[in-house]
Write a protein that binds this ligand. Structure first.
Ligand code: PA5
Length: 448
């Protein structure tokens, strides 16, 4: 089980700190929210109690393992979970290992942007004949995913290969152009449950296919998510998701409108990136559920220890009092390196003979203590080990915390109306029929 340490959030060293009594005063409200969530389980919870999604991926086993590379084409919630799973659970040099070293599992690439330099750099790296493309789009219409699909398909056809063999679409069971093409051409598909939004979809086929292709134990991810759910049904002070939500909410109301997640592990850093989308896109809202303008949301920031001690931590310690910090750490690294005894130098003797893991975890403790001395609140999540069970648990704790925080803020955490306008203007600029009005607006505003 993940270990949560909330102590420093309640310290008197933090000016205007939150208190246990303040948290307790929300107990009834939170119990009601939990009851409501458990009674009308949101799609992301329902998913983990069904075999359907894992089985749909396992059914594709023979197709997947004919290939050497899997390229995911998607963006936002249709990519960040894949990136997090890959980097957290596979060695960071996975794509550089030989097929034998990878035990015949696939190299995984995620193309989530339309920067031509980035797209080309991946397409130049892979042998198309040995590549399976997984196009992921719930709506089946997102410009970035669709343009990269068209490019991939163009290359597949240029090589004279059969698109049916090299493509799997992960999309809505009924709607969207990807579903239409799949139906017309008999392309293999995976369904995204209709009641699960993009950023909550990592434990659906969206995240499961690339994870499985890389040899990640997808059943253990679900085991971890279920552990998180069982902890969510416990009383408030034993309930990590509820405590994350209420403490962030209370500190937000005291002016801490930035939530930093600082991982002391290059692997866990990608979880902070996933969290950044979940917290921002779910909770950053103009209107509350009653239609009042509230403009709420806590800006999530990701940071990497020890690197950001030499960059961000100065600001965290001495800058504006507007942050709440979450540290991620692991008790056990997959590998460790002993610093050799090379010099008879007193200035280096404290390092020589020690392990890098010891140095990094002491740096984490040092930063956590310094941050508290500077009066900033923090919490710490410790991974006993970075494996599927703990990563699955992490995802579910944060999805549940986001759902609870949405209720506390009285906003809908599952929509994202604020991204629509930019999309429409882009469509207009690219000449998509039906979006002319937005083209006029933007052209009038442009200063040449
Ligand atoms: O969380 C979300 O809903 C978004 O980030 C979407 O995942 C993103 O916009 C991609 O959407 P789609 O999967 O429809 O292409």
């Amino acid at each position: 089980m993940l270990k949560f340490d909330f102590t420093n959030l309640f310290s008197n060293k933090v000016p205007n700190n939150i208190t246990l009594d303040e948290v307790k005063s929300y107990e009834n409200k939170i119990n009601q929210i939990i009851k409501e969530i458990d009674t009308n389980r949101p799609g992301f919870v329902e998913t983990i109690f069904s075999r359907k999604w894992i089985d749909s991926v396992l059914d594709l086993k023979d197709t997947i393992f004919q290939f050497d590379n899997l390229v995911v084409l998607g963006i936002g919630g249709s990519a960040l979970g894949n990136i997090a799973l890959q980097n957290t659970l596979k060695p960071l040099n996975w794509n550089f290992l030989s097929k034998e070293e990878r035990n015949r599992k696939l190299r995984i690439f995620v193309i989530d942007n339309v920067d031509p330099d980035f797209v080309a750099s991946i397409l130049d790296t892979i042998d198309i004949r040995k590549t399976l493309f997984n196009v992921i789009s719930k709506s089946g219409s997102t410009a970035e995913a669709m343009s990269n699909y068209l490019i991939a398909r163009g290359i597949i056809e240029t090589y004279g290969l059969d698109p049916k063999k090299h493509l799997i679409f992960t999309t809505d069971p009924e709607k969207g152009v990807l579903r239409k093409i799949a139906n017309e051409e008999n392309i293999k598909t995976l369904e995204i449950p209709q009641n699960v939004g993009g950023r909550f979809s990592v434990l659906t086929p969206v995240g499961l296919l690339s994870a499985y292709a890389a040899g990640i134990n997808i059943e253990a991810l679900y085991d971890g998510a279920k552990i998180a759910y069982s902890r969510f049904l416990k009383p408030l002070f034993e309930n990590p998701a509820a405590l994350i939500a209420i403490t962030h909410y209370l500190y937000y109301n005291k002016g801490r409108n930035i939530s930093v997640m600082m991982a002391y592990s290059n692997r866990l850093y990608h979880l902070a990136d996933w969290y950044r989308q979940l917290w921002a896109e779910s909770l950053g809202k103009k209107l509350d559920k009653d239609g009042n303008i509230v403009n709420v949301g806590q800006t999530p920031v990701k940071a990497l220890g020890a690197v950001d001690q030499h960059s961000q931590v100065q600001l965290y310690n001495e800058g504006p009092d507007d942050k709440i910090i979450t540290f991620l750490k692991t008790e056990k690294f997959n590998r460790d390196i002993k610093i050799p005894n090379v010099h008879e130098e007193e200035a280096l003797s404290y390092l020589q003979g020690k392990y890098l893991s010891e140095l990094l975890n002491n740096e984490q403790l040092g930063t956590e203590s310094a941050i508290l001395e500077h009066g900033k609140p923090s919490l710490k999540i410790t991974f006993p080990v970075i494996d599927e069970v703990h990563v699955g648990e992490f995802f579910m704790h944060y999805e549940l915390a986001t759902a609870i925080a949405g209720e506390l803020f009285n906003i809908n955490p599952y929509d994202q109306p604020g991204v629509e306008l930019g999309k429409k203007i882009t469509y207009a600029l690219m000449g998509r029929p039906g979006y002319d009005d937005h083209k006029i607006n933007i052209e009038e505003k442009r200063i040449e």
